[in-house]
Design a protein around this ligand. Structure first.
Ligand code: FAD
Length: 488
């Protein structure tokens, strides 16, 4: 018998769990989370590579309604973030609401019944009035197809699939990629390996992460006086909104300031001018994520570490050959090559009204009204959907705003006794034009290719401040949606 629910949520990461908690608070018990893995946590379950940690300060990286006071570090490490997610899941009794090992392959809207029919890759089916996708933007590892890579005789893995059974001590290790994950795992492994060769396609702007452990006194203050932790959270929030966000907007003073910060860190650590020149990006600051890390430049100047900037031509049994013909042996290859961020909702065939496929609907780049809904797909809502990623602040602030908005939409449908709620095409088109107009002015447009973009279109990022997004999301504008009752 097919199981039916009020709501099915796909994914048990930060976003899906937040949706579940808030549905319960709204009095909806009849929901299920389908999670393809065997644990909650999403990003923080998968990324357990050495040195994995958040890159917005810990004070902002917990739910606003479940603030954590005892982070060990100002930028928390992965094990403590995952532990926090486990605790929240337990506290809210969500374990029983999650079906693990359940990868959704297809979701089809049944127009006669006004329900979503959901099919797992092993054939099990579910029916739900509402479908919420919470599958993340940074979930599918992007392992590049390099000629000959399957012939490599040593171990090779992506940073989000770290193989801890591979002992790196004394080995010759090749790292392909140099972005957000690589700058975290290179410093700890550099100390351990025999030889480390980093293959860099293009450099990134990098600022020093001024991380340190919280003192016992600070932790005790935060525990005893809740306003201290609120203050710490607010201070970080404001710093990101007022200092970092204007850089994304291309503000010349802020851009100059952040550039100076990055350059002075680089000059302080990398004295060799030839190496330094390879580490200075040729694109404006803010066009790609400004990385923050501790120890990456310090690792690059070690005697056992080499930076190679020639493109990779092919891989063979023994190692990597670059375009200049140089061959370098490797025992292990680690891909720090990021994630497949486009298309959105990768791997799930979503079919809306009149058989319309979401992949087709988004063929020239994903779009969604406020990042949460698109026309022709009634009763379907996205979390961390198109144009809701940030270059400067915590994604959790965005996810919480989306969850509250979606619950308002559901409540309005109940008040109107409507079976479906669907964003109006015109409302979505006007919204999309406006944000694309604003995105055209952002630093992200000044670079040909990045994970924020699909072709020329910036599909991933929100152009405004977090404060603006949260203000807009606070009130549900029912005029932008159609509410319909299915005729009996
Ligand atoms: C290394 C790393 C560091 C990051 N650091 C920060 C940071 O410091 N600050 C910040 O704000 N953001 C950071 N992010 C972004 C981070 O992804 C978000 O903050 C947040 O964790 C997203 O949560 P989510 O639930 O939306 O998605 P995810 O955490 O990606 O969870 C998606 C879930 O959906 C499941 N799923 C996917 N497809 C299916 C399917 N077909 N069927 C069933 N289940 C499915 C996945 O298994 C996963 O559990 C980081 C990302 C990475 C990769």
């Amino acid at each position: 018998v097919k199981k039916s629910y009020h709501t099915v949520i796909i994914g048990a990461g930060f976003s899906g769990l937040c949706m579940a908690i808030k549905l319960r608070e709204a009095g909806v018990e009849d929901f299920l989370i389908l999670e393809k893995a065997e644990d909650v946590g999403g990003t923080w379950r998968d990324n357990h590579y050495p040195g994995a940690e958040c890159d917005v300060p810990s004070s902002l990286y917990s739910y606003s309604f479940e603030r954590k006071t005892d982070w060990d570090y100002q930028w928390s490490e992965q094990p403590q973030i995952l532990e926090y997610i486990h605790k929240v899941t337990q506290k809210h009794g969500l374990q029983e609401k999650i079906q693990f090992g359940s990868e959704v392959a297809e979701a089809r809207f049944d127009e006669a019944a006004s329900t979503w029919e959901i099919t797992l890759n092993h054939g099990e089916t579910f029916s739900a009035r509402y479908l919420i996708t919470a599958v993340g933007q940074l979930h599918q590892p992007n392992t590049p197809e390099i000629m000959g890579s399957s012939s490599f005789s040593g171990a090779q893995f992506h940073s989000a699939q770290w193989d801890h059974s591979v002992d790196l001590a004394g080995k010759s290790v090749a790292v392909v990629g140099n972005a957000a994950s690589a700058v975290q795992f290179v410093p700890p492994i550099a100390e351990d390996v025999g030889k480390l060769t980093i293959y860099q396609r293009s450099p990134n702007w990098l600022a020093k992460k001024l991380d340190r452990p919280y003192t016992d006194r600070e932790k005790s203050m935060m525990r005893q006086f809740p306003f201290v932790k609120t203050l710490a959270r607010f201070k970080t929030y404001l710093r990101n909104e007022l200092l970092v966000y204007p850089t994304m907007k291309g503000n010349p003073i802020h851009s100059w300031l952040i550039r100076q910060l990055c350059m002075s860190y680089l000059k302080r650590v990398v004295k060799d001018e030839r190496l330094r020149s390879k580490l200075i990006p040729d694109y404006p600051i803010g066009a790609k994520r400004v990385l923050t890390a501790n120890g990456y430049y310090e690792a690059l100047v070690r005697d056992n570490v080499d930076l190679v900037t020639d493109g990779i031509d092919h891989i063979d049994e023994q190692g990597i050959t670059t375009a200049d013909g140089a061959h370098r042996n490797a025992d292990v290859i680690i891909y720090g090559t990021g994630f497949i961020t486009n298309p959105f909702i990768y791997g799930i065939n979503v079919i809306g009204q009149q058989g319309r496929e979401l992949s087709e609907h988004w063929s020239s780049g994903a779009h969604a009204y406020l990042g949460v809904a698109t026309h022709n797909f009634p009763n379907l809502f996205f979390l961390y959907g198109p144009n809701t990623n940030l270059g400067h602040n915590s994604i959790l602030l965005m996810a919480e705003a989306q969850v509250a908005y979606i619950i308002q939409a559901m409540k309005k449908a109940d008040t109107d006794s409507a079976d479906t709620v669907e964003v109006r095409e015109q409302a979505e088109t006007i919204y999309d034009k406006e944000i694309q107009r604003r995105l055209n002015k952002m630093a992200w447009r000044k670079i040909e290719d990045s994970w924020y973009k699909s072709g020329a279109r910036v599909t991933n990022n929100w152009p405004g401040s977090v404060g603006e997004y949260r203000r807009i999301m606070r009130s549900f504008d029912s005029g932008d949606f159609d509410f319909q009752t299915t005729a009996e």
